[in-house]
Design a protein around this ligand. Structure first.
Ligand code: SAM
Length: 292
């Protein structure tokens, strides 16, 4: 399955509208790294990997003290040119300093080794075609004692709703499980790779990449939508699911998706507010001080 949809301008535009889902977990990553307590006694050289439209940066510049900001250098990297230009715009609008937005493939970074003190990746590990390559690259670019921070969804709130809606369409193809969907996004998946959303599994992969002191916490985010109309504007399932079915299967289902979704939402939430509960693992891991 291709993940090229990430590179489209449309996806970047939509992603901005999804920051209310991802952003709060990014804040947890920064807090778990202790960046809110940074007092300016050390340099912070941070890569925000798979930065998307840059919501983690918004929180970063919000929590750092002026003294810490004076010693801050940031790279905001993403594979998608559309995301990078959205971040560039955000940098200019906010007047942030000492920050570069650039095209970076998290699986093969054109960035120096032993350079960064921190690498954050808010939902930029699982979902990328080769998460092991991401871990090995993050390890390479971090300095000895550097900190990596990743978030991984535990509960994807829209998925069950979309599954129930689409399954109700007569003749719809089988809806993949979230684990199957994750494996489809991978390049050369290995046996067991459907377990990337299980803490025991991802923690082991992180340790295998050379990290130590792996710490996992679980956080929640509750998102709210006034009505079904507002919901369907945010959760357009097409780009995500289109890629996991054949063209014929997709074309058979597509004309019925919106109405099936609205029906399912009404069944669950009536005419009132729609409230979704999201959960994610926030993981930090350290490069050993004596990095080989
Ligand atoms: C789920 S979004 C998360 C964005 C952002 N970190 C946030 O919290 O909102 C995943 C991002 O990974 C980017 N991406 C996908 N593959 C990538 C790769 N190989 N290298 C770097 N970024 C990649 C996508 O373009 C997208 O912006």
């Amino acid at each position: 399955m291709t993940t090229d949809y990430w590179k489209s301008e449309e996806f970047a535009k939509r992603h901005k509208g999804a920051e209310h889902i991802t952003g709060p977990f990014g804040l947890h990553l920064l807090l778990q790294c202790g960046l809110d307590r940074a007092d300016g006694s050390e340099d912070i050289v941070l890569l925000d990997n798979a930065t998307g439209t840059g919501i983690v940066l918004e929180y970063l510049y919000g929590i750092l003290s002026p003294a810490a900001k004076a010693r801050l250098q940031v790279v905001a990297g993403d594979l998608s040119p559309a995301m990078v230009s959205a971040v560039q715009e955000r940098i200019e609008q906010n007047g942030w300093e000492h920050i570069d937005a650039k095209l970076v493939d998290a699986m093969d970074m054109d960035l120096p080794s032993n350079h960064f003190t921190h690498v954050t990746a808010n939902f930029g590990l699982v979902g990328i075609p080769d998460p092991r390559a991401v871990l090995s690259e993050v390890y390479r670019v971090l300095r000895p004692s550097g900190l990596a921070a990743f978030s991984i969804f535990k509960t994807v709130a829209w998925y069950d709703i979309a599954k129930a809606a689409i399954t109700s369409i007569p003749g719809a193809p089988r809806f993949p499980t979230l684990e199957e969907y994750g494996v489809k996004m991978m390049k050369d998946p290995q046996p067991g790779d459907e377990q990337w959303t299980r803490p025991e599994f991802f923690e082991e992969q992180i340790r295998n990449a050379g990290f130590e002191d792996v710490q996992t916490t679980v956080h929640e985010n509750r998102t709210r939508y006034k009505d079904t109309e507002e919901y369907v504007k945010v959760y357009k399932v097409d780009m995500m699911l289109k890629n996991s079915w054949s063209k014929e299967d997709w074309e058979g289902v597509e004309p019925h998706i919106q109405s099936a979704l609205v029906e399912e939402l009404k069944r669950r939430f009536g005419d009132g507010e729609i409230v979704l509960n999201w959960e994610a693992y926030c993981v930090t891991a350290k490069v050993p001080p004596a990095k080989p």
